[in-house]
Unconditional design. Structure first.
Length: 350
C-alpha cells in the first residue's frame, strides 16, 4: 500500500493489519451499515498489475480464461489464470485505461502472479508492473452510491462491468449499487474526503476491508487465495456464470480441461452461498467440508468467508452437488457447525 495513503487512513481512524484496513473502530456496526446503508472502503486487500505494450491484449488473451478482446475503456471483465490442468491459480478483475490493461487480484498473490506472467513474455512486446502503490482502489456500495458518484464525477456507469473513465482514473460498476473507484494515489485522499464527508444522509460511512469481502461473498464472486490455489476448475466456482470464461476464444493454459468439463463432462461440484453459526473461530479459505454421504472424505471446501452482519459467518463454498442436495454439510468435520444455505443472486441453472 502507498505509505502516504496508509498514513492518511490511519489519521482518519483506520485500524490496519498488514496494510489492510480492518475497521474504523467498530466492525459489527460497520457490517450493519454495509447491509443497510451506504459505505466507502479502501480495497487494500487487492493489488494491481499493469500490463502494457503493443502486444498486451494478445498476451492476456492467450493466458486468461475470458475473452480479453471484449475488454476496453468502457468495459471491465472477470477472468482467471489457470494451471495446465485447468485449476485456477488466480481470479482476476481486468479493466483498460488508455492502451494499458490493469489486472487486480489479492495482494497476497501479486508477486507470484507477476513472476508467473513474466515467464510467458518471451519475445512479446509486453511490460508487467506492480502498480499497487500507484493505484488506489475504493469500494462504494449502498443506496446512496449513485448520487455520491454523480456529485463527484458528474456521471456514472450503470450496467454491470461498465466503466466510466475520468481524469484521475476510472469507475467500474460491479453490480446494483456497488462500484469500484480506481484512482491515482495522489488523488485518493481528496476523493475519500468528499465522499465520506458529504452532507448527511448522502455521505458514505467508512468501513473496513472485511465489509467489502462480505459484499463480494453475497454477490457470489469467488476470490482465489493462497490456500485455494489449484483447488478448483472455473465452473466449480461458477466463473462461467458471471462472465469469467469464454468458450469461443482460442487456447489458453487449462482451456482443454475447462472446455471438456463444459461440453463432455458432468460437473460434480458447484459453489454455494451459506452461513455458518459461531463467533469464536472464523472459517477460513481452504477449510474442508464433510457430509455423512462421504463419511471421512471431504465433500467440499470453503472458498471465501467473512463475518456476517446478522451473526456467524457467510461463506462461499464449493460442495459436492449430490451432498448439497440431500445431506447436511458440516464445517471441518462431521461434528462441526452446519452450513445453512442461502440463495445466490444468480441462477446455477440445471
Amino acid at each position: 500500500m502507498n505509505i502516504t495513503w496508509q498514513d492518511f487512513l490511519q489519521q482518519h481512524g483506520a485500524v490496519m493489519q498488514d496494510g489492510i484496513v480492518q475497521h474504523f473502530g467498530d466492525l459489527p456496526s460497520e457490517l450493519i451499515a454495509t447491509q443497510n446503508g451506504t459505505v466507502l472502503c479502501d480495497l487494500g486487500q487487492f493489488g494491481t498489475l499493469k500490463i502494457s505494450g503493443a502486444d498486451a491484449q494478445s498476451f492476456l488473451q492467450n493466458l486468461l480464461s475470458s475473452d480479453v478482446s471484449a475488454v476496453n475503456v468502457q468495459r471491465a471483465q472477470l477472468s482467471s489464470l489457470n494451471s495446465p490442468k485447468g485449476r485456477m491459480i488466480a481470479s482476476l478483475l481486468i479493466w483498460q485505461s488508455g492502451a494499458d490493461y490493469y489486472v487486480q487480484l489479492p495482494r497476497s498473490l501479486c508477486a507470484a502472479i507477476q513472476k508467473k506472467l513474466a515467464m510467458y513474455v518471451l519475445r512479446a512486446k509486453v511490460k508487467i508492473e506492480d502498480v499497487s502503490t500507484q493505484v488506489v482502489s475504493l469500494g462504494l456500495a449502498g443506496a446512496g452510491t449513485q448520487a455520491l458518484l454523480q456529485q463527484y464525477f458528474g456521471a456514472i456507469p450503470t450496467e454491470k462491468f461498465a466503466v466510466l473513465q475520468h481524469a484521475q482514473g476510472s469507475v467500474i460498476c460491479l453490480g446494483e449499487q456497488r462500484f469500484q473507484i480506481n484512482i491515482a494515489a495522489e488523488f485518493a485522499a481528496d476523493v475519500w474526503q468528499k465522499i465520506s464527508t458529504a452532507a448527511p444522509p448522502k455521505n458514505a460511512q467508512r468501513v473496513g476491508a472485511p465489509c467489502w469481502d462480505w459484499l463480494q461473498i453475497r454477490a457470489g464472486i469467488p476470490v482465489i487465495l493462497p490456500a485455494t490455489q489449484e483447488q478448483f476448475v472455473a465452473q466449480m466456482v461458477n466463473l462461467e456464470l458471471i462472465g469469467g470464461v469464454s468458450f469461443k476464444k482460442g487456447c489458453y493454459p487449462g482451456q482443454e480441461i475447462v472446455a471438456r468439463m463444459q461440453y463432455l463432462g458432468k460437473l460434480k461440484r458447484r459453489m454455494y452461498l451459506a452461513n455458518i453459526d459461531g463467533e469464536n473461530i472464523a472459517p477460513q479459505a481452504g477449510d474442508e467440508l464433510y457430509s455423512a454421504e462421504m463419511e471421512d472424505q471431504s465433500c467440499g471446501m470453503i472458498v471465501n468467508a467473512a463475518a456476517a452482519p446478522n451473526g456467524g459467518y457467510d461463506v462461499l463454498a464449493v460442495v459436492q452437488i449430490s451432498s448439497q442436495e440431500s445431506q447436511v454439510i458440516h464445517w471441518k468435520s462431521l461434528q462441526g457447525a452446519t452450513l445453512k444455505f442461502i440463495p445466490l443472486p444468480y441462477s446455477l441453472g440445471k
